[in-house]
Design a protein around this ligand. Structure first.
Ligand SMILES: [Zn+2]
Ligand SMILES: [Zn+2]
Length: 316
């Protein structure tokens, strides 16, 4: 399971009703953040999922609404007792930006480890998730991220019993390792079910529509894209500022074949984000608007069918 919280859903400048961009991604005891707008530490405190488990920060780009909360976050992590390194990923210029922001947060109780990604993207692991960065079109270097969590194969106790495998070996085999008992060697394939589909989602804001977003979003459980504007009248502004209308985000979600679209990063001119929904839902009905502090869980539901087969479906 992956728990997500849209800590802030505003673009440009914070409103008293809307904090700036940041997404909290929790994978069990581990967590990462995507973007860190001004005041992100306040929103994390409000959420209550904790600071200590945050082991990575992924920045999309260096407009202030996405990274000006960094000094405060770095200090809050020190205050929470962090001693393990914090891994920070971002597009080219990461070192210069973080070094500049660190002038006002020089003393930390841990080491920030910087990973500057090329604009072609890259693959890495963060907080136990497989991550792939991909380029966006925002008039400055900007990356989107696709996240994946594998689902372990099911352990079949009836098979283990039928083969006479001693129960003390079961947990080893369940972990996917070979086990040995009384001179007999057992392989995990003997007691594990078939490969299962994992979980995946995409986060991509601050961009014009791009084919890289469609490719990254293929068969995902969720895409989190921007809802900067909704009105057709704002189209020239979207073109100029390299942002999208909600219908453009919806068109990308439809083409990618994702299960669900969540809009975030609303312009300060958008008073009620729900007004972005009709043009988006006309193209992709499974569209919703995020709000500050919204939480959702990506997971699975599983039913055992009458013929003994198990049918899994994603749960959001
Ligand atoms: Zn922005
Ligand atoms: Zn931006």
């Amino acid at each position: 399971m992956i728990d997500l919280c849209t800590l802030g859903t505003g673009g440009s400048i914070p409103l008293h009703t809307r904090a700036l961009a940041s997404l909290y991604v929790r994978n069990g005891a581990r967590a990462l953040l995507v973007d860190c707008g001004e005041g992100t530490q306040v929103e994390i405190g409000r959420l209550g999922w904790g600071f200590l488990r945050i082991e990575a920060l992924l920045l999309t780009h260096y407009h202030a609404d996405h990274c000006s909360g960094l000094p405060g976050l770095l200090l809050a992590l020190t205050k929470s007792g962090r001693t393990e390194p914090l891994h920070i990923w971002g597009p080219p210029d990461l070192r210069r930006v973080v070094t500049g922001l660190r002038v006002i947060a020089p003393q930390l109780g841990y080491e920030p480890v910087l990973h500057e990604l090329p604009m072609t993207g890259g693959a890495f692991e963060a907080a136990g998730l497989r991550v792939r960065a991909f380029p966006l079109d925002h008039g400055m270097p900007c990356l989107g991220y696709r996240f994946e969590l594998d689902r372990p194969r099911e352990f079949l106790p009836e098979k283990a019993q039928a083969l006479g495998i001693p129960p003390r070996c079961w947990s080893v085999l369940q972990r996917g390792e070979a086990a040995e008992a009384d001179g007999v060697r057992w392989k995990p394939e003997q007691v594990l079910g078939p490969e299962r589909r994992g979980l995946s989602f995409v986060y991509a804001t601050d961009t014009r529509p791009a084919q890289t977003i469609v490719e990254a979003g293929r068969n995902t459980d969720l895409m989190i894209l921007e809802g900067m504007y909704g009105d057709e009248e704002d189209f020239p502004k979207a073109l100029k500022n390299r942002h999208m209308l909600s219908r453009e985000s919806a068109a990308l979600a439809r083409e990618a074949g994702t299960a669900r679209l969540l809009l975030t990063h609303f312009s300060t001119a958008v008073e009620d984000p729900e007004t972005l929904l009709p043009p988006a839902r006309a193209l992709f009905p499974e569209t919703d608007c995020a709000f500050d502090g919204m939480t959702l869980t990506l997971g699975w539901t599983e039913k055992r069918m009458a013929n003994g087969e198990r049918k899994a479906s994603p749960l959001i």
